[in-house]
Design a protein around this ligand. Structure first.
Ligand code: ADP
Length: 272
């Protein structure tokens, strides 16, 4: 006749099972809270540009349209709000795709120096408007071939350089430094801007976290840029580092693999 396990061991099993179930419930509850907060955040963020555009349009309809100068000003502002809305939706789609693992990374061999030059060219107008000078430091002789997802790294560079301009002081400067090491490349984006307080520094990579909401929105910020940057670099087994002195400026930096190193490793593998 089979003997029953001792009562103590049955009790212990039940106890373990209950504890595991409790942990599961806690995780589900946390996810649910996170989801609810995220939806509340999104709704709020979407409402801001929509309300602004509606406001301008209603003012125009109430008679402001008669005065041509006022009409142009309000139409421009309404258009700007709708552009912000479009950027926000685009960033949300990107973030969602990355977080759900839907986006694939397609690494290729490309010249990181060229990407930086292209981003600088694209943002030159924005910098000039604020009287900001941009400097790019690199060594003429060095090879800056990187093995990474070119388009996504372009996005990272766009975000960091555009922030360095947005949060800079009038007539400040932005310095981008590219260094080649044996196995990797380092990019540093330095500004002379408002800087970031230590308590904010920990949180700026969270979605929708902004130190100054109004300033960020005024500049067309969505509050999602750095969250996207962080995810893209994680997708490359890299990460973003930041150091900042309030009132003086910030430095954002990251590393990418050097193409020659990757090809060497791949070559070694294929020889085996
Ligand atoms: P945003 O679209 O608001 O710029 P980001 O995710 O790119 O959103 O950045 C989050 C917040 O981090 C910004 O709102 C700003 O407060 C702060 N921040 C980002 N870059 C800088 C910088 N170079 N200098 C100072 N503050 C910055």
């Amino acid at each position: 006749k089979a003997s029953l396990p001792p009562l103590k061991s049955i009790q212990a099993n039940i106890h373990d099972y209950a504890a595991a179930k409790n942990r599961e419930i806690e995780t589900l509850q946390k996810n649910e809270t996170f989801r609810r907060e995220f939806i509340a955040d999104i709704s709020h963020e979407l409402k801001t540009p929509i309300f602004a555009a509606q406001g301008y349009i209603h003012t125009l309809m109430d008679g402001a349209v008669e005065d041509h100068a006022v009409r142009d000003k309000f139409l421009n502002r309404a258009a700007k709000s709708l552009n912000n809305l479009e950027d926000l939706v685009q960033d949300l789609i990107t973030l969602n795709q990355i977080e759900s693992g839907f986006i694939r990374f397609h690494p290729i061999n490309f010249d990181l120096k060229e990407s930086i030059l292209e981003v600088m060219e694209q943002l030159e107008g924005k910098a000039q408007k604020k009287g900001i000078s941009m400097t790019f430091r690199y060594e003429k002789e060095a090879s800056y071939q990187s093995y990474a997802d070119k388009d996504k790294i372009f996005r990272v560079l766009q975000n960091l350089v555009s922030n360095a301009i947005k949060y800079n002081k009038e007539a400040g400067s932005v310095t981008i430094q590219l260094n080649a090491h044996k196995n990797h490349l380092t990019v540093k984006v330095k500004d002379q801007g408002i800087g970031i307080q230590p308590e904010d520094l920990k949180r700026i990579f969270e979605r929708f976290y902004r130190v100054e909401k109004s300033r960020s929105r005024e500049n067309g910020g969505t509050g999602l840029g750095l969250a996207i940057v962080k995810h893209i670099l994680e997708g490359h087994q890299s990460k973003i580092a930041v150091s900042s002195t309030p009132g003086k400026g910030s430095v954002f930096s990251f590393e990418l693999p050097h193409a020659s190193k990757v090809l060497e490793v791949q070559g070694a593998k294929s020889k085996k």
